[in-house]
Design a protein around this ligand. Structure first.
Ligand SMILES: [Zn+2]
Length: 283
């Protein structure tokens, strides 16, 4: 089943390019936080992550969370939140049926509180890893508890409590995925490593064909295409460095096996361009 994907730029942080991949420049570059609006012909509107919102600034005002704001200086405005962008298109935020949360880093959950009616979907192992964490323990996970809705547990569905289905050979070396609606429209692929229980989403856009939203399994398209690991310093923030390396290698292989598949890392410059290009608003 085809869906319609619109990519939304919610702002960016500045970081040394060198950190994101081997061979990168010793220069600060913007890392945009991209969210996705997925419109399913039967099940309605869903979000893939929610990027930044200005709530990030409130959530990082006090120590120790202020350290997060200093390490990744964020630039975002009121009008850039997913909610504001939907409203600008006359799309009611309460028409969002569900939010797929790839992982719980602050640049992916910044807008969660803007959708108090939406069902929430994540991997249980991801939530179990950050649940109840505050202070330094939360900071170490790139997690800001103030960004989480108070009724998170009442609205969440743990996708990994179901059984994954085998993927066709074309997706090798990925062999299985969680088929959210049982119609192969949204298939969630385990991308553990960058963060515990991170997942990506395979979908087929009605115009632009097959897409793999791979979250932070790679920070740039260059990184998976050329199989370039991040700087060793940046690797320290990965929850599981071995799993991260394995997934980057798998993405690299997948990109070689299936050149028609668009692999879209959340913070990639090329994906940001696609926000303004083929995956921007269309009627
Ligand atoms: Zn992340």
């Amino acid at each position: 089943m085809n869906v319609k994907l619109t990519l939304l730029d919610t702002g960016y942080c500045r970081q040394l390019e060198l950190f994101s991949r081997k061979g990168g420049r010793l220069k600060n570059v913007p890392f945009h936080a991209i969210a996705g609006l997925i419109e399913h012909p039967v099940h309605g509107r869903f979000l893939f992550d929610t990027g930044y919102s200005t709530r990030f600034f409130e959530a990082t005002r006090a120590f120790p969370y202020s350290v997060y704001g200093k390490l990744t200086p964020v630039v975002t405005e009121e009008g850039q939140s997913v909610r504001a962008q939907l409203e600008a298109q006359r799309i009611a935020p309460d028409s969002i049926k569900g939010i797929l949360i790839s992982h719980f880093h602050a640049d992916h959950i910044g807008g969660l509180r803007d959708f108090p009616q939406a069902q929430l979907y994540c991997f249980e192992q991801a939530y179990a890893h950050i649940r109840g964490k505050t202070g330094i323990a939360a900071l170490r996970e790139g997690y800001l508890p103030d960004l989480m809705p108070d009724d998170f547990e009442e609205r969440v569905t743990f996708v990994d409590r179901t059984s994954p289905a085998p993927l066709p050979k074309a997706y090798h070396p990925y062999i299985e995925a969680y088929d959210l609606f049982g119609d192969q429209s949204l298939r969630l692929v385990d991308l553990n490593g960058h963060a515990r229980g991170q997942f990506g989403v395979l979908l087929r856009d009605e115009v632009h064909g097959e897409v793999f939203l791979c979250a932070d399994a790679a920070w740039s398209s260059v990184a998976y295409r050329e199989h370039l690991l991040p700087h060793p310093f940046a690797r320290l923030i990965m929850t599981d460095q071995k799993a991260y390396r394995e997934n980057l290698h798998k993405l690299h292989q997948l990109s070689r096996n299936q050149s028609d598949l668009r692999i879209l890392p959340t913070h990639c410059e090329e994906v940001w361009q696609a926000c303004k290009g083929e995956f921007s608003w269309r009627s």
